[in-house]
Design a protein around this ligand. Structure first.
Ligand SMILES: [Zn+2]
Length: 321
């Protein structure tokens, strides 16, 4: 998921050919929630990676002839157009599989069950439901019961004709978040590990910051020459540096939290420091997401023995660390 505050400007819906077979599908609107980039592999087997580019963009794609729809993870901005691909076999990562078909799992993974604890009160403001979806987004946020035809796992290879693509499990942003790597072309579709200058996002219930950090390293180690992500432009220079800068944003947030915990503080007090990002205090839901991300940092700092809970809902840096 990707929250728009300062959107990229002036983008038009286009099919951008990265190679003869591999084409980026950009949304006509900005590639931010509820939209995302997708990747069309126009080969013997026609495949689409993700389904969030909107109906206008998919007018440029033979949607009825797509054989295989690969979903990088269960977030709405990546799945909402699944109904366009009527003849496609739909697959997602095995670790996210249940979130597509089991409403309880879906809700747990969004993390709203922690709303009362973090925000007070039981009135959950489900941000996704506040949105009026644009006309070319064919489904509504919330549980959709997307029937998968199969799941893939880390390392699975799809031979689509000349093109070969490998599923790379890159958890942390969601438990079953996947990237896709084209080893011959050295093209990486990194989905929501999108090297955004605003840093990674880990505000849902099934996010895990340790996993996310490992995943960023895993993607860097693939040494892609072209990086395509869900919400940004194609990058073909400085990819390693972009990933490192992206990771550093999360690590800098953590360093600031640790510094603030020289004195004991509650999660609310940490959240009031606006350490996570500029969007965190915008509305109640973004504040909730920011607190969920702070919880991830506290969990990590605690497991590293750098902080401890004081017993009165405060956390404090352990002396000498
Ligand atoms: Zn996402």
């Amino acid at each position: 998921m990707y929250v728009a505050t300062k959107p990229e400007t002036g983008l038009k819906s286009v099919l951008i050919a990265l190679t003869k077979q591999i084409k980026l599908v950009r949304p006509e609107a900005l590639a931010v929630y509820p939209y995302s980039n997708s990747l069309f592999i126009d080969d013997e087997t026609k495949a689409m990676i993700d389904a969030g580019s909107g109906g206008k963009a998919y007018q440029e794609v033979p949607t009825d002839r797509i054989d295989l729809l690969l979903l990088t993870h269960h977030h709405f901005d990546h799945t909402n157009g699944w109904v366009f691909f009527k003849n496609a076999k739909i697959m997602a990562g095995q670790e996210d599989g249940a979130a597509f078909q089991d409403e309880k799992q879906f809700r747990e993974r969004h993390g709203y069950s922690r709303w009362a604890e973090l925000m007070g009160g039981s009135q959950v403001e489900e941000w996704e439901r506040l949105w009026q979806m644009p006309p070319d987004v064919p489904t509504q946020p919330g549980f959709q019961n997307i029937q998968l035809d199969g799941v893939f796992k880390d390392g699975d290879v799809f031979q689509l004709g000349e093109t070969c693509v490998q599923a790379i499990h890159a958890p942390g942003h969601s438990r079953g978040h996947y990237a896709f790597f084209f080893p011959q072309e050295k093209i990486l579709f990194s989905s929501d590990l999108d090297v955004s200058p605003r840093g990674p996002w880990y505000g849902y219930g099934d996010c895990n910051l340790d996993d996310l950090i490992d995943s960023i390293h895993k993607l860097m180690d693939l040494q892609p020459e072209i990086l395509v992500s869900s919400h940004r432009r194609v990058i073909d220079t400085g990819i390693k540096e972009a990933f490192q800068a992206y990771l550093n944003i999360a690590l800098q947030r953590e360093a600031r939290i640790l510094e603030f915990l020289r004195e004991p503080h509650t999660i609310d007090e940490i959240a009031a420091q606006n350490i996570i990002s500029e969007w965190e205090r915008k509305i109640k839901t973004t504040e909730f997401f920011a607190k969920m991300m702070i919880v991830q940092h506290l969990k990590r700092l605690k497991s590293q023995g750098k902080i401890e809970a004081t017993g009165d809902k405060r956390y404090v840096k352990i002396a000498g660390v």
